[in-house]
Ligand binder design. Structure first.
Ligand code: NDP
Length: 281
């Protein structure tokens, strides 16, 4: 193996330690960051994510409340809860775990969150602010990716950056963050032609597709930084990324593992946004 492993577990632990210190100091000044996490229904993956977020809050010293609502919760009941939390002084950040049950329109719920408490940065006000480069909150996964790129020691400025995926949650904000750091950014998606021709030119390649091991070694430029956002199950049910790690790590200069790469960083960035929310509310 030639690539440097970008260890998300280690970097996220470091960031959480720094945040814990900051929270300690904030508490001495009477500021207590608080996160409300809402989960609707019984999706097992969502349950794991929510548990991890609560655990991280405890590590950092953030006060947290969980609202575990039954599957049959109505949209109005959920909106009423969001409204109550918008007004609650103990709560600086509100997170609604996605996906929501089909009878609830995600957009309506996400738009109801006070933008100052929108620690996922999904509200259009925050999305727009990211676009113009004047933002308080960065969506957690793209922010975590930027931290891992920093860890690689590679400067983004002037580099060819390729993002595979254009979702509102990962791909699009990722492209914006790379652009803000003066990367030359190409965004690929399911209609992109000659994908490997494009990825092979990437100094920094971010895969956020959701297709197990689709990025193969022949799609990677020698020495590139490869960040794998994907969280998939392989043919044996084992967690894996979008990148064929074994072969890509022979070519790349730095690469993230799955698990232990972007996943833990996402949670650390949520903690960072929650601390920030306590300062701006
Ligand atoms: P989406 O399904 O919303 O988006 C996937 C994107 O990939 C789309 O833009 C789609 O294109 C594109 N795509 C699909 N097939 C291809 C292909 N063959 N070639 C090129 N592009 C393709 O997923 P998300 O962005 O929400 O998530 C992506 C992955 O990241 C998932 O595995 C998810 O589980 C993981 N994830 C991990 C997180 C973490 O913390 N580690 C957090 C969030 C997500 P089009 O727009 O044309 O359909």
């Amino acid at each position: 193996m030639t690539a440097k492993i970008l260890d998300g577990k280690m970097v996220s632990a470091r960031i959480k330690n720094e945040l814990a210190e900051e929270v300690k100091q904030l508490k001495e000044k009477g500021v207590q960051p608080g996160l409300a996490v809402i989960i609707v229904g019984n999706d097992p993956a969502s349950r794991v994510y929510v548990n991890n977020k609560k655990k991280a809050c405890a590590e950092v010293g953030i006060y947290s409340e969980e609202y575990a609502l039954p599957e049959e919760t109505t949209q109005q009941e959920l909106l009423d809860l969001v409204e109550k939390l918008n007004k609650d002084n103990r709560i600086s950040g509100i997170l609604v775990q996605l996906p929501l049950p089909k009878h609830i329109e995600e957009k309506t719920v996400l738009y109801a969150i006070d933008p100052k408490k929108d620690v996922d940065a999904f509200h259009p006000v925050n999305v727009g602010r990211i676009m113009i480069g004047d933002f308080d909150f960065v969506p957690c996964t793209p922010a975590g990716v930027m931290e891992l790129i920093k860890e690689s020691g590679i400067e983004v400025s002037g580099k060819n950056c390729v993002v595979i995926g254009r979702s509102n949650i990962v791909g699009k904000p990722q492209a914006m963050l790379l652009l803000h750091q003066n990367g030359t950014v190409t965004v690929c998606h399911s209609k992109t032609q000659n994908l490997s021709e494009i990825t092979k030119k990437a100094d920094i390649l971010v895969a956020a597709v959701g297709k197990a091991k689709m990025v193969t070694a022949d799609m990677v430029k020698p020495g590139a930084v490869v960040i794998d956002v994907g969280m998939n199950r392989d043919e044996n049910g084992k967690l894996c990324g979008d990148v064929k790690f074994d072969e890509a790590s022979e070519i790349a200069g730095a690469i993230t593992p799955v698990p232990g790469g972007v996943g833990p960083m996402t949670i650390a960035m949520l903690m960072r946004n929650t601390v920030k929310a306590a300062l701006i509310s």
